[in-house]
Structures are given as structure tokens and as C-alpha cells.
Design a protein around this ligand. Structure first.
Ligand SMILES: Nc1ncnc2c1ncn2[C@@H]1O[C@H](COP(=O)(O)OP(=O)(O)OP(=O)(O)O)[C@@H](O)[C@H]1O
Ligand SMILES: [Mg+2]
Length: 358
């Protein structure tokens, strides 16, 4: 075979090993013939232990699935079933979409390949993709708007300066000073909206070094009165990232937590490595998971949906840009920020792929 000559070492089983979908292959006696790693995770068992087991030993309510397997084997057709409930021996219950495909096993035996996709997992991916698309669209809109405002603003400020040189009356100069001051304030806001323009300076970056800098900066801002705990995973490898952009994103989130606590409470910075994890619709082999946890009042449910949009703020001195900028900086690293919140526990989770080629 020509393909085999070009890729002599490629083994197609490896594709199944890397799928995020659980794949189970049953023989004509409904005994397990093969289980991929995603299947091991779903059933919480190892392939070597599960192999050869009858389907009833793997799934408590196996009657419906057994019936579907025999229908597929007899008819030779592919069958899809949506939202099936599987009861597992460890008392877990899963809702899955299943696809049954007839296949031939070695020795001319009939078999069925069963693909199981957890429904909640699916929903999460759809929601994440929607979130990323929405945020990209609003950010583009905002950048366009900021750009349009910046030009006339420069003209306005320049004219006020010229005017100031022409007038001798100090009382009138106060007015031009107000115009210049307000134009500068607006200019700053527009610069924040436009965000950093440079191409990210990607380099091998230690996330814990960045987190320690953020910790120090926020502690100083709060006069050292705020308790910020570390719960770091020492096995977290370095990441290809722009350290300045990462610092800015993390600072925005930790600052929010510090502001929400209003002087009383605790922040925890937690890092973990996740294996085989989806960000949007891409499965990554390794993902860095950074959590910023505070025990403050939490975010109201109706506000939670909107906090990543620009200009959404509950603070009188806030611009509502902090989280929108953080999300945009993290997505420049192919990552994502998620938030879950209830009174007493707010968690911002930053997911960054550790295996993407940039
Ligand atoms: N840890 C948190 N606990 C409670 N509320 C939070 C937390 N983080 C964010 N929020 C809410 O989300 C809103 C938006 O945050 P964001 O950082 O985007 O803007 P901001 O902090 O109001 O203003 P800026 O960051 O631009 O100064 C905040 O006003 C606050 O209501
Ligand atoms: Mg903020």
C-alpha cells in the first residue's frame, strides 16, 4: 500500500486513543473487545480490566443497549440514539448520545462499535464556542468604535491647546483646561479599549512566576492587608505565552476579586494540569488550569452572563473593561476564561493549552 510506505510507523488505533469520544467495541456475544482511553474515563475502568467482560457487568441497565446492539448486528445498519441514560456499577448515571456501527472483527465475527458522547460535555462545547464568537464580535466592534473616536479627539485637544495660547484671561483658561483634561481621560479609555497592539511576544513562561508578581502587586495595592493563598501544582510545565499580556489578564481578574472582598476575605490562586481537555471545539493533550477563587459576595445570576462584555460594571469608578480585556488577551493564547459564582465562592478559571504550536 502506497500510504503505508509513506507512513510506515503510523498506527491507526492511535487515532481512537486520542478521540474525545468514548469508543467501545463489542463482539457477537456482547462482550467487550476494545475500549479507548476516553471510554476508560467515561466508565471509570481500565481497558485491560474491562476487556472480555459482558455488557451487563459494565452497564447496570444494559437491556436497552443490548437490544440496540443486536438490532445493528442483524440489520447491518448504523443506529443513533439521543439522550440515553446509562447506570454504571459505581452508581453514576450518565446521559449520552450513542452511535452503533456494525463492524467486522478478526475471525469473520460480527461486532458493533459503540460511540458514547456525554451530552453535558457537548452542551459545554457549544456554549464555549458561542461565547468565544460573541466576545470576538463585541471586541471588534469596540476596537472599531475606539479607533473612530480617537481621531477627532486628537483634533479637539489640539484646538483647545491652540485656543489656550490665544487667550490671556486666566479664568477662561480654566475652560480650555477642562477640555484638555477630559480629552485625555477619554483618550486613556480609548487606548484601553484598543488594547495592546503589538504582536504578542511569545516565549517560554512560568505561570507561577507571573502569579507571584500578580500576588505581590495586588497585596501592595491593598496595603498588604489581603490574604492571598497559593495552591500551585509544581508539575505545571512552562507555557508559550507573552508574559506581559498574561500578567495583565491575571491582574485584571485578581484585582476584581480584591475589590469584591472590600478588605475582608481571602483569595486563592490555584493551578492544575488537565489532561485530554477541550477548549472550545479543540481537544488538547495538556491544559493549564488557573483558578482565582474568592470568598466574597459573588456575582448576581443575571449579571454573570454579561460580565465579559465591555462596559458592564457595578463599581462606580469601574470602566467595565477589565474582564473583556482579560478574555481577549487569553484568547490570543488560544485559551478561555470561565466563571462560576455563588455567595461565598466565586471562581474564575483560565484554561490555556500547553500543547498548541504558536
Ligand atoms: N470576583 C468577583 N466577585 C464579584 N463580582 C465580580 C468579581 N469579578 C468581577 N465582578 C463583577 O464583574 C464586573 C465587571 O468586571 P470588570 O473587571 O470587567 O470591570 P470593572 O472591574 O467593573 O471595571 P475595570 O476593571 O474596568 O476597572 C464588576 O463590576 C463586578 O460587578
Ligand atoms: Mg475590573
Amino acid at each position: 500500500m502506497a500510504g503505508a510506505e509513506h507512513f510506515p510507523e503510523f498506527r491507526y488505533e492511535r487515532l481512537l486513543d486520542n478521540l474525545s469520544t468514548a469508543v467501545l467495541v463489542f463482539d457477537d456475544h456482547f462482550r467487550l473487545h476494545y475500549l479507548n482511553p476516553a471510554g476508560e474515563v467515561l466508565l471509570a475502568t481500565s481497558a485491560s480490566r474491562a476487556r472480555g467482560k459482558a455488557i451487563q457487568e459494565l452497564i447496570n441497565n444494559a437491556d436497552a443497549v443490548t437490544e440496540q446492539l443486536s438490532t445493528v448486528m442483524e440489520s447491518g445498519y448504523v443506529i443513533n440514539h439521543r439522550s440515553c441514560r446509562l447506570a454504571l456499577p459505581d452508581q453514576r448515571s450518565l446521559i449520552v448520545n450513542c452511535t452503533h456501527t456494525p463492524i467486522n472483527l478478526p475471525g469473520q465475527r460480527n461486532g458493533v462499535m459503540l460511540e458514547l458522547r456525554k451530552v453535558d460535555h457537548h452542551l459545554r462545547i457549544e456554549q464555549e464556542q458561542q461565547l468565544i464568537a460573541q466576545q470576538e464580535a463585541t471586541h471588534e466592534l469596540l476596537r472599531g468604535l475606539a479607533h473612530e473616536i480617537k481621531n477627532p479627539l486628537g483634533g479637539l485637544r489640539g484646538a483647545a491647546q491652540l485656543l489656550e495660547q490665544e487667550i490671556a484671561d486666566a479664568a477662561l483658561k480654566e475652560y480650555t483646561q477642562i477640555i484638555i483634561g477630559e480629552a485625555d481621560r477619554l483618550q486613556n479609555l480609548m487606548d484601553r479599549m484598543l488594547g495592546p497592539n503589538d504582536i504578542p511576544n511569545m516565549q517560554s513562561t512560568n505561570i507561577h512566576v507571573i502569579l507571584e508578581r500578580v500576588r505581590e502587586l495586588v497585596r501592595v495595592e491593598r496595603d498588604g492587608r489581603l490574604a492571598i493563598q497559593q495552591d500551585y501544582d509544581p508539575s505545571l510545565p512552562d507555557i508559550q505565552a507573552d508574559p506581559d499580556l498574561l500578567l495583565q489578564a491575571l491582574l485584571n481578574i485578581v484585582r476584581n476579586a480584591a475589590q469584591a472582598l472590600e478588605g475582608t476575605g481571602e483569595i486563592t490562586l490555584r493551578t492544575r494540569v488537565q489532561r485530554k481537555f477541550n477548549i472550545g471545539n479543540r481537544l488538547h493533550r495538556l491544559v493549564a488550569c488557573i483558578e482565582i477563587i474568592d470568598n466574597g459576595p459573588g456575582i448576581d445570576e443575571d449579571l454573570r452572563e454579561k460580565i465579559f462584555y465591555p462596559m458592564i460594571t457595578t463599581r462606580s469608578e469601574g470602566t467595565g473593561l477589565g474582564l473583556s480585556i482579560a478574555q481577549s488577551l487569553i484568547s490570543r493564547h488560544q485559551g478561555l476564561i470561565e466563571c462560576s459564582s455563588k455567595p461565598g465562592k466565586t471562581v474564575f478559571t483560565i484554561l490555556l493549552p500547553l500543547d498548541s504550536k504558536q
